[in-house]
Design a protein around this ligand. Structure first.
Ligand code: FAD
Ligand code: NAD
Length: 466
């Protein structure tokens, strides 16, 4: 096989949101850059993560809406019973993915980034070898950026294969199973569990902790648990998964007292977290410092080896696309000689359940733990006109602010469509807004955003609409 050698200033391993954004920004700044991708540009996020899951969430919501109207509605709408062609739904989702990944390729090209297609193997902190269709390419660099992402964490008692799937297979189903058991009541388990329930499956979620979405505070997840119950999703909390039964058609679970039950299943989705992709491609040879399974980085995304950087999921929690992108942009600027540090006021997080959950900054409990004397106030969507017109009055917006100077330190919300409040929340935190700033901002009427203003007013003791 032929071998060629290339040299570059920046070598990016991985074309996910971390790696491709770093490469685009480096290209904009005139830094010679090569990006190596083993699978498809766009990484987990565009191909098998954020985008396909949100596409299926939308499709499932539309289907459920049609079914709801078929049963009659207070709005006066009636339709006949709908049906769904899952193959077409998946093809529509793949079309969106294709447009976005094609867009990434075009942006990389426009900014002069060379893309090498193949799996990279690290030889040392300045050299990688890639087996491409045209032969082996050896790439030497001044700066090495590790952006290899993460992969689903397997569950030893229920290994992947056959009817036991990860989110990747669950996002491209050939059909909808009659009975789906989801192991893990976190982001993926609940987002995709909701999709399958709305598409007609009987869904049971098994969660090891005693509540769903355990990383969020209990008050925030209560409306999600209530909505899942209303939808008919069974929740088995505080349960251990022992394995499949002998016939392979049920999942054996055990409660805290040791009692065993079985949950019938045609398909099992394992969603118990993701682990950084640190093995099998020579990364071990660099002997970089770790933080648990992830690479340890400082506030400039530097690893323990000079000029070796790491961003995104490979550098641990929070494993979110927007964090990977922000880190990628920063590393490109550092390599180009700019002065930057990664010290965001907050990294917002959204769970796209129905209702959605959004958090940015500190919760009341986080603030207390940080030793801050804070006040907090919630405004319910039940008192918001727009929420009533959207038939979605469950949920609330909550603000957390320092008692002494009213500096806002955190926002949380749960409700339909609240993901779009993430921008307002994070902007107010990044710009150092006080309760008075938010309360004094005219919010358009009628919008869900008025609940943001009202939460600030309530914290100041004079909410207008409650
Ligand atoms: P990745 O996107 O994982 O990209 C890494 C890339 O590196 C991959 O393309 C891989 O093929 C490539 N690679 C790895 N090793 C090599 C090698 N040796 N040689 C060449 N190429 C290599 N986050 C959100 O913020 N919002 C969401 O709504 C959201 N939804 C999600 C839904 C699901 C089902 C999943 C699984 C994840 C979701 N995430 C979401 C998380 C998000 O996808 C990740 O945080 C994000 O993709 C991480 O970006 P990254 O660039 O670090 O890695
Ligand atoms: P997660 O960490 O969100 O949830 C995993 C859940 O599984 C937790 O509640 C945990 O207590 C539970 N669990 C762990 N081991 C278990 C066991 N043996 N039996 C039963 N339950 C068990 O992880 P995920 O849902 O797999 O998602 C992985 C990551 O992908 C997320 O942490 C997040 O970073 C990212 N993601 C983000 C979004 C989003 O931003 N909307 C959506 C999907 C995924």
């Amino acid at each position: 096989m032929s071998q060629t050698t290339k040299t570059t200033t920046l070598l990016v391993i991985g074309g996910g949101p971390g790696g491709y954004v770093a490469a685009i920004r480096a290209g904009q700044l005139g830094v010679p850059t090569i990006l190596v991708e083993g699978e498809r540009l766009g990484g987990t996020c565009l191909n098998i993560g954020c985008i396909p899951s949100k596409a299926l969430i939308h499709a499932a919501e539309e289907y459920e809406k049609a079914r709801h109207y078929a049963e009659g509605s207070a709005l006066g709408i009636s339709v006949s019973a709908p049906s769904i062609d899952v193959a077409r739904t998946v093809a529509w989702k793949d079309g969106i993915v294709g447009k976005l990944t094609g867009g990434v390729a075009a942006l990389l090209k426009k900014n002069g980034v060379e893309v090498v297609q193949g799996w990279a193997r690290l030889l040392d902190g300045k050299t990688a070898e890639v087996e491409t269709a045209a032969g082996v390419v050896r790439i030497q660099c001044e700066h090495l950026l590790l952006a290899a992402g993460s992969e689903p964490t397997p569950l030893p008692s229920v290994p992947f294969g056959g009817m036991v799937v990860s989110s990747t297979e669950a996002l491209s189903p050939a059909d909808i199973p009659k009975k789906l058991v989801v192991v893990g009541g976190g982001y993926i388990g609940l987002e995709l569990g909701t999709v399958y329930r709305k598409l007609g499956a009987e869904v049971a979620v098994v969660e090891a902790q005693d509540r769903i979405l355990p990383t969020y505070d209990a008050e925030l997840t209560k409306p999600v648990a209530a909505a899942l119950a209303k939808m008919g999703v069974e929740l088995h909390l505080g349960r251990k998964v022992l394995g499949l039964n002998g016939k392979g058609n049920a999942v054996r679970i055990q409660d805290a007292a040791g009692a065993e039950t079985q949950l019938g299943a045609d398909r099992v989705l394992i969603a118990v977290g993701r682990r950084p992709r640190t093995q099998g491609w020579g990364l071990e040879t660099l002997q970089l410092d770790r933080k648990g399974n992830a690479l340890r980085i400082d506030d400039q995304c530097r690893t323990s080896m000079r000029d070796v950087w790491a961003i995104g999921d490979i550098a641990g929690e929070p494993m979110l696309a927007h964090r990977a992108m922000a880190q990628g942009e920063m590393v490109a600027e550092l390599v180009a000689g700019k002065r930057r540090h990664f010290t965001p006021a907050s990294i917002p997080a959204v769970c796209f359940t129905d209702p959605e959950v959004v958090v940015s900054g500190l919760s009341p409990a986080d603030a207390e733990q940080a030793g801050l004397d804070c006040l907090s106030a919630s405004f319910p969507f039940a008192a918001n006109g727009r929420a009533m017109t959207l038939e979605s009055t469950d949920g609330f917006v909550r603000v957390v602010a320092r008692r002494d100077n009213h500096l806002v330190v955190g926002w949380q919300a749960v409700g339909r469509g609240v993901s779009e409040l993430a921008a307002a929340f994070s902007q107010s935190l990044e710009m150092g807004a006080t309760l008075e700033d938010v309360a004094g901002t005219i919010h358009a009427h009628p919008t869900l955003g008025e609940a943001v203003q009202e939460a600030a007013l309530k914290a100041l003791g004079h909410a207008l609409h409650i």
